[in-house]
Design a protein around this ligand. Structure first.
Ligand SMILES: Nc1ncnc2c1ncn2[C@@H]1O[C@H](COP(=O)(O)OP(=O)(O)OP(=O)(O)O)[C@@H](O)[C@H]1O
Ligand SMILES: [Mg+2]
Length: 250
């Protein structure tokens, strides 16, 4: 059963459809990839699903019964829906550890800076930082991290968001988490995505690297110019003529 599905979702920017009636479905315990040429609407889909921007038509179903037409991002989080950004959005002047604590404890940034955190939350935050291998950077300000470390911290924040709504089902969107990473970081992020999948999360991956799509995806959707072009296993879609023309021939 799908954890979340979109039904004919539509988004128009200045008269042009960025997303034109797209229906996708995401299942727990699976990595579902969304691929397609630059500008085909992948990030916009994530923005619509995570409530970052309103959609113009269609709807989203969460679980079996909850049907939503539009809702703000802070409501979306209560359903256990969370995401990374193509360009990491961190609290630059906070430490790496505080970037996680502020997510875990749902405190506002100001309080988080001036109140002491309890050991329980610090332990969880440190465990997450170890998992993404940036524990030794925990006292550094986010602004001082390298590009790859920023992406790892962004992933750590998504994992922390998941811990916060513990026990609920989760859907995690990763918008190009591998872009610009060194090979050893690519390996690390791949194994984190697989672990999250094996924990039963619905993992959604937007990625341009076809080898990674092949390695990681249980199901692949291909978008082209805002429309659903194809779906299936990686093998299916990569042998689809329309996909080869639209995407690989790009
Ligand atoms: N906030 C916005 N205002 C106006 N147009 C937008 C906005 N966001 C996206 N678009 C347009 O919508 C289309 C889809 O963009 P989107 O960012 O979703 O593509 P994408 O598939 O994520 O591309 P990429 O692979 O380059 O990240 C593009 O034509 C883009 O210019
Ligand atoms: Mg994008």
């Amino acid at each position: 059963m799908s954890l979340l599905s979109t039904h004919k979702l539509k988004k128009i920017f200045n008269g042009v459809s960025a997303v034109n009636g797209v229906s996708l479905s995401f299942e727990p315990g699976k990595i579902t990839s969304v691929i397609g040429p630059n500008g085909c609407g992948k990030t916009t889909m994530i923005n619509l699903i995570t409530g970052m921007m309103p959609f113009d038509d269609g709807n989203i179903t969460i679980g079996e019964h909850t049907k939503i037409d539009n809702m703000p991002a802070y409501d979306v989080a209560t359903y256990g829906i969370t995401r990374t950004f193509q360009q990491p959005r961190l609290f630059e002047q906070m430490t790496v550890l505080d970037n996680i604590l502020v997510v875990l404890t749902e405190r506002n940034v100001f309080k988080s800076l001036f109140e002491r955190h309890d050991k329980y939350h610090i332990d969880i935050a440190e465990k997450i930082l170890r998992r993404v291998d940036i524990f030794e950077k925990k006292d550094n300000l986010a602004v001082n991290l390298s590009y790859g470390q920023r992406k790892l911290l962004e992933i750590a924040r998504v994992i922390a968001m998941g811990e916060r709504t513990d026990g609920e089902s989760h859907i995690l969107f990763f918008d190009e988490p591998f872009a610009g990473l060194f090979p050893e970081m690519v390996k690390l992020v791949s194994s984190i995505l697989k672990e999250l999948r094996d924990e039963g999360k619905a993992v959604v991956l937007v990625e341009h690297n076809m080898d990674l799509i092949r390695e990681l995806s249980d199901h692949v959707y291909v978008l082209d110019a805002g429309e659903h072009l194809a779906e299936g296993t990686a093998k299916d879609v990569f042998s689809n003529r329309g996909v080869i023309e639209a995407y690989l021939g790009d």
